[in-house]
Design a binder for this molecule. Structure first.
Ligand code: DGJ
Length: 689
């Protein structure tokens, strides 16, 4: 069976197959695309096309029959994939099947509306045991308005599924939500960024655990306004639709012009949540640039806006001594950037010249010292923003998003630049190009500290802003290959598969409390790869939680993401600095073993949090006990992802031991931790087969 299979009989039957799933649909006598199957592998030759029961005069075929890409019109009452406005004001679409093109791994199905719209539905089989879907809309008439245009719809033949996503806000992103689907659930972003609240994906399941149960998952690759709709129909199915948000959206196409939706990755598993995570992680990693992410030091929590050349050099010397591979100067190095008496900050953004008071000789002395110390140098920028009190705004007050005749609001004292204007795109691209050309910079942290708002008359700007952002980042990377760019939007506000394809590193949350981070990391890892999960060790008491967690727990919690350090190293004792160096060294030694990520089960009543990595050469167990409670006992840890017949050597209870993968995964090891904020790492080295 090839990955793409087509049977041209009485009915066209289309099958898109991956190792673990088949996706099947057909063409009805009326020329509609009828969805038939998204689940375990099946052969097209076996497919039985059952009749559709039009139940009554109230339940009609367009409503009852799940379709691949339902447009607006006829008897369709569920969420629709495409709504347009024709030049004559008409809005009904009549998309008729026209034909297809297929290769071994890609299928394109052509639909046509005689009133002047073509829709191509694309299905691509990915090497990561998943499919990618997207749609291309072409207007055959001048001035076709797209009011709503999703990337794909999926149908699952069950009701009462469980939906997993996340919710949150600044400093509290990625709190996992698990809810039963009833009615219609809409998860969206209207902020212009992919959001601190929900993330653009849906993981739907039936009785799933980490290692068992049926799971259907789909995620959108787009970093702006998105909309995910999960809808239970009255006919026993659940529909899932993902795409750019139709909130305040209107795209006008010229005759012959096309719009290509962002893609959706979709997959199915009968092996539970972990299998889905691993395949989505593989997809994410396939989008990201290769190589390990460096251990970084970031100055933000240590110095805030108070950066000086000497202060940063002192931090860099300590950062190198603890083993950092990259030194990143965060906000505050440019323009006239300083908080006012109330702590508010209204100046600097847009003026990307080095502050001559803080850096009298420019950045060169700092960068030279950082490089002498054997580290790469990175720097913070917020290119999409401008402060009212800046030379840039004084020169170009019309470069910000604004509503005619209204005053534009600032947030964090700043405006959003209208990135849809060619002059603004040119300014941002040139500024970044010059910064990277004039300085030995290996890493940019690209921040965005407020949502978009008051975008003005153009209802396409929510989309065009993100397209421009992607294009600028791509251009910078073409001109400066090898430079890593971190995506940050006030923490984890811009994380999605669209961003993963463009940026290289991701700031997960401004919440650096090590215990909160265990929850954030657990939820994040459901869909996004730990390689894209930057985590810093910072000072205590933590500025958000006011909790004082021991250094070891803080390091262990940060070590199962990409490790960073954000402590004020100048206030640490020699002993603490030596401990930091030891943990950084340990992390570097563990990095090669950190491949597949596992969220392990805790069979004990005690609050153990257990995470594990596995790889060809071994495994690493990260175990945490935030609090010893009354009558606390041990837990038993059954590892995952090992080779059953291989032998693994490890140190446990102060003894060197050896056991087979089979034993470690079936019986497991007993772990008894005590005290508050206890944590441990156990390394398992594969020693023979
Ligand atoms: C928000 C980011 O999340 C922080 O890490 C830091 O870079 C600040 N912005 C700087 O303004």
């Amino acid at each position: 069976m090839t990955a793409v299979e087509v049977l041209d009989g009485d009915h066209h039957l289309f099958g898109v197959h991956t190792t673990s799933m088949s996706y099947v649909f057909t063409v009805t006598a009326e020329g509609l695309l009828r969805h038939l199957h998204w689940g375990a592998p099946i052969a097209l030759a076996d497919v039985i096309i059952e009749p559709i029961w039009a139940l009554s005069t109230n339940d009609l075929i367009h409503d009852v029959m799940p379709q691949e890409y339902p447009p607006h019109g006829r008897f369709r009452y569920n969420e629709q994939c495409l709504m347009v406005r024709f030049p004559d004001g008409g809005r009904e679409l009549d998309l008729q099947y026209q034909g297809y093109d297929a290769t071994d791994t890609e299928l394109t199905v052509h639909l046509h509306d005689p009133k002047g719209v073509d829709v191509d539905l694309h299905y691509e089989v990915l090497a990561v045991d998943a499919i990618k879907r997207w749609a291309v809309i072409t207007s055959d008439v001048p001035g076709l308005v797209l009011e709503s245009v999703a990337s794909a719809q999926f149908a699952i033949p069950f009701q009462d599924l469980t939906l997993r996503n996340v919710e949150g806000r600044w400093g509290a992103e990625f709190q996992q939500t698990v809810q039963q689907v009833r009615g219609k659930i809409v998860l969206e972003s209207r902020h212009g960024i992919s959001n601190h609240h929900h993330s653009p994906y849906a993981v739907l399941s039936r009785e799933a655990t980490e290692t068992s149960g049926r799971v259907w998952a789909a995620a959108l690759a787009f970093s702006g306004n998105t909309k995910t709709v999960v809808e239970q129909t009255q006919y026993g199915q659940t529909l899932l639709q993902l795409g750019v948000n139709d909130f305040d959206l209107e795209l006008t196409l010229l005759e012959g012009e096309t719009f290509t939706t962002p893609p959706v990755v979709a997959l199915y598993s009968e092996q539970g949540l972990e299998d889905v995570s691993h395949r989505l992680h593989a997809f994410g990693r396939s989008l990201m640039s290769g190589g390990d992410r460096p251990v970084l030091y970031n100055s933000w929590e240590a110095t805030n806006f108070d950066v000086t050349c000497d202060g940063q050099i002192a931090l860099a010397e300590s950062a190198a001594a603890i083993g950092a591979e990259l030194f990143v100067v965060d906000d505050g190095w440019f323009g006239r950037r300083s908080p006012d008496a109330t702590g508010g900050i209204t100046d600097g953004l847009g003026d990307w010249w080095v502050d001559p008071v803080k850096f009298p000789d420019g950045l060169a002395p700092l960068i030279t010292r950082v490089r002498e110390l054997g580290m790469d140098f990175g720097i913070w920028v917020e290119p999409e923003m401008v402060n009212p009190d800046s030379d840039l705004f004084a020169e170009h007050p019309d470069w910000i998003y604004s509503e005619p005749g209204r005053t534009t609001d600032t947030a964090r004292g700043q405006y959003v630049l209208n990135l849809t204007l060619p002059a603004v795109q040119e300014f941002v691209a040139k500024m970044l190009d010059e910064l990277l050309t004039d300085n030995d910079i290996a890493y940019l942290k690209w921040d965005a500290n407020r949502p978009m708002s008051q975008v003005g008359p153009g209802r396409d700007v929510w989309l065009r802003h993100i397209e421009a952002l992607y294009a600028i980042v791509a251009q910078v990377k073409r001109r400066h290959p090898g430079v890593l760019i971190e995506a940050c939007a006030s923490g984890g506000g811009r994380i999605d598969f669209g961003a993963l394809a463009v940026f290289d590193d991701f700031w997960t949350s401004d919440n650096t409390d090590a215990l909160d981070r265990l929850e954030i990391h657990r939820a994040y890892s459901l869909v996004y790869p730990p390689k894209a999960m930057r985590a810093w060790v910072t000072d205590v008491p933590n500025f958000l939680s006011q909790r004082s967690i021991p250094l070891q727990f803080r390091f262990h919690s940060a070590m199962f993401g990409s490790l960073g350090v954000g402590c004020d190293l100048s206030t640490m004792s020699d002993d603490e600095l030596a401990q930091c160096a030891k943990y950084v060294e340990e992390y570097k030694a563990l990095r090669p073993l950190m491949d597949q990520f596992h969220r392990l089960e805790n069979p004990s009543r005690n609050d153990y949090r257990l995470f594990q990595y596995s790889s060809q050469s071994g495994a690493v167990l990260f175990a945490f006990l935030p609090q010893s409670r009354l009558g606390h006992t041990s837990t038993t840890v059954r590892l995952r992802g090992l080779e059953p017949s291989a032998r693994y050597r490890f140190t446990h209870d102060w003894q060197q031991r050896e056991a087979s993968g089979q034993y470690l995964m079936s019986r497991g090891i007993r772990l008894w931790m005590q005290g508050d904020y206890a944590s441990t790492i156990i390394r398992f080295d594969r020693v023979g087969n």
